[in-house]
Design a protein around this ligand. Sequence first.
Ligand code: CP
Ligand code: NVA
Length: 305
Amino acid sequence: MKNFITLADCTTKELWGLIDLAVHLKFEWKSGGNRPVMNGKVLAMVFEKPSLRTRVSFEVAMLQLGGHAIRIGPDEIGLGKRESIADAARVLSVYSQGIMARVFDHSYIEELADWAGIPVINGLSDTHHPCQAMGDMLTIYEHYGHLERLKVAYIGDGNNMAASLALAAAHFGMHFTIASPEGYQLPASAFEEAAPVAERNGGKLEAFTDPAEAAANANIIYTDTWVSMGQEEETEARLKVMQPYQVNDALLQHANKYAIVMHCLPAHRGQEITDEVADGPQSVIFPQAENRLHMQKAILVELMA
Ligand code: CP
Ligand code: NVA
């Protein structure tokens, strides 16, 4: 693997390799061992949007691997404004050995990768969130002991998270369903990207407007914010139309009785998820957040070590 930009660019074998490596790195770290394979290496982390998990987990990952991470905030580079993406990529490549970027426009990540002589990792764009989706696969794998044939139901906005989850599910032969209101569905392009992957791996993708239909007998119920970063002006309209898509006790009744509940966080409690469900016995949202760290260590080792 050269970069980690979308799960559409990766082979299923590479993604299984990441799961395997993450499991090993997690076990190693928890047993008191470490692998200082990033000794002297620096990850440049470029943020156009805010972050808690992505920023801290990448920084801690580099630290645990013996390297260092530098956060470059939204007011610093001015990607494409103060400085061209091509120039910024070439400059970052002389100081650091890897770039992780969180951007609005997905093409910015691709352009960074075109110009950087070092690996580029997508830490979220308007259309993809591959690090989160792979951390989530690790969480599901740890819980169930396998991935294939599990049914994951995503309830709510057809956003970046949903697109990456659909791709991940497709790679691992899962049954992915999504329920979203009209006008907020996963774009056709996301289905077109994931469909051939699902076909190759025995996965299945289905879209609904009725959340109960999508959730029927699901092993995993997944949700995310109704208003993603950059959509703040649409808040009122979105909150109104998404109400029936709340993940609450009533919705959970449709899922398998042993289903787990996932959320990439940050959660808007009382909107897309209730406190009862987020803090309930089926929720795995905090182990899920922890696994960002272990999965990203695997991604960093694969690309930069
Ligand atoms: N889930 C996630 O990416 O969280 P942050 O936006 O806080 O990084
Ligand atoms: N869909 C959300 C994910 C946050 C991690 C957003 O883009 O804001």
